[in-house]
Ligand binder design. Structure first.
Ligand SMILES: NC(=O)c1ccc[n+]([C@@H]2O[C@H](COP(=O)([O-])OP(=O)(O)OC[C@H]3O[C@@H](n4cnc5c(N)ncnc54)[C@H](O)[C@@H]3O)[C@@H](O)[C@H]2O)c1
Length: 374
């Protein structure tokens, strides 16, 4: 059996490729080695030399066809993930490339037995809420005006009675609020509809926030584990946005890989979208304290820095019961993930002032803003 892993030089792709090799698959990776994830466009040292590597862009159908030929299964992980306002690129790289995979399979009659695509919790945006009377709502993004006034919780939409309480969001929830989330929901729909229509077994994985080694220290999009770990590594306290009480859902990379393999083998997952999350709520402050403790900073106290990131969700937690019904469950907690990430960071050369540059970039893009400032 041969597997194609697009984006296989990245974090989730490379770990999945290793698991496939361990199971006896031949593995081919198609990756364009994008900056800033891959500094200098170099093949990362962790990529197993047994992998056949094609340097190319998933938006190029000629290269994509070359990569698909001779493969039995496809994992589509290549993606544009950024805060940059290049809206069309999200759809081009994340959604159009997915349509191309199905187009080429159908046009060329390729005998692909399974397509697994990487969706995201971002497809659910602020997720599902209930108001004081138990009425369900899919709230919109919080406004600038609200956040600038330092009011963090979701306001009741018109016709709803507060306070609003977040729920565990299942796969039916679709409420994307940024171009990335929109492109991911499109990718899911393309995968489900084209898969069913042409009888190509297909699965979409809605990952929550994945944590573990190889998560690029340069990726502006990758979240709290990288930022908090780098802060403590550089000897300073991380910035805690809002009030630190935002609920997050982190999942370990080894659990993600187990899910990726599970849905590929057998038929039970076919033509379904699955949430892949940690099955545990943790606040940003609690997570910062976990990271502090792993870095030996037992004196750390989580204090809000008076800023917020416009577009962040207030709370989000995935309901993973659908995937659990297939026999999967998350086995590793956030401490395990942070310890593994710390160990990996210690082997990474010249971390320099990555965080300072990343923060400056986020302020320049107006993503990070101060409460009360005009
Ligand atoms: N890491 C997370 O927490 C998370 C959460 C939800 C969803 N996802 C999704 O999982 C997938 C993998 O994410 P990751 O964290 O491993 O990201 P990553 O940045 O580590 O890896 C992505 C890889 O894709 C490659 N790539 C980007 N654009 C490409 C293109 N046009 N052609 C070919 N290759 C290209 C990059 O060079 C990189 O190696 C993505 O689709 C992402 O949207 C990740």
């Amino acid at each position: 059996m041969k597997a194609l892993v697009t984006g296989g030089a990245g974090f989730i792709g490379s770990h999945t490729a290793d698991a496939l090799l361990a199971r006896g698959y031949d593995v081919r990776v198609l990756d364009s080695l994008e900056e800033p994830v891959h500094q200098g466009g170099q093949i990362p040292g962790y990529l197993d030399p047994k992998i056949e590597f094609i340097h190319g862009d998933v938006c190029d159908q000629t290269v994509l066809l070359e990569a698909l030929q001779g493969c039995d299964v496809v994992y589509h992980f290549a993606a544009f993930q950024d805060y940059l306002p290049i809206f069309s690129r999200f759809f081009l790289v994340n959604a159009v490339s997915t349509a191309s995979i199905f187009e080429l399979i159908v046009r060329e009659g390729l005998p692909i037995k399974k397509v697994v695509v990487a969706s995201s919790q971002a497809a659910m945006g602020e997720g599902l809420y209930k108001d004081a009377q138990g009425k369900t709502a899919l709230p919109d993004i919080r406004s600038h005006e609200q956040l600038k006034s330092g009011e963090w919780d979701i306001r009741p939409p018109a016709g709803f009675a507060g306070p609003m309480q977040y729920q565990h969001s299942d796969e039916i929830v679709s409420n994307p609020q940024n171009p990335y989330g929109l492109s991911k929901i499109s990718q899911e729909s393309i995968t489900m509809q084209m898969g069913r229509r042409y009888g190509i077994p297909s699965v979409a994985m809605r990952y929550s926030i994945v944590q573990g080694p190889r998560q690029s220290v340069h990726n502006a999009y990758s979240g709290a584990c990288r930022i908090f770990s780098l802060s403590f590594h550089e000897g300073r306290d991380p910035s805690i946005y809002e009030d630190g009480q935002q609920v997050r859902d982190f999942v370990n990379i080894e659990d993600v890989v187990a899910a990726n393999i599970l849905v590929m083998e057998g038929d039970r997952a076919n033509f379904n979208v699955f949430n892949v999350g940690g099955d545990k709520a943790i606040t940003v402050s609690e997570f910062a304290e976990t990271v502090a403790s792993v870095f030996g900073r037992n004196d750390f106290e989580s204090v809000p820095c008076g800023k917020f990131r416009f577009g962040d969700t207030r709370h989000i937690r995935s309901d993973v019961s659908k995937l659990k019904a297939l026999g999967w469950s998350p086995q590793r907690d956030t401490r395990y993930s942070v310890e593994a990430y710390r160990e990996w960071l210690s082997g990474t050369e010249s971390l320099g002032e990555i965080l300072k540059h990343a923060e400056a970039q986020m302020e320049k893009l107006n993503v990070v803003q101060s409460v009360g400032a005009s």
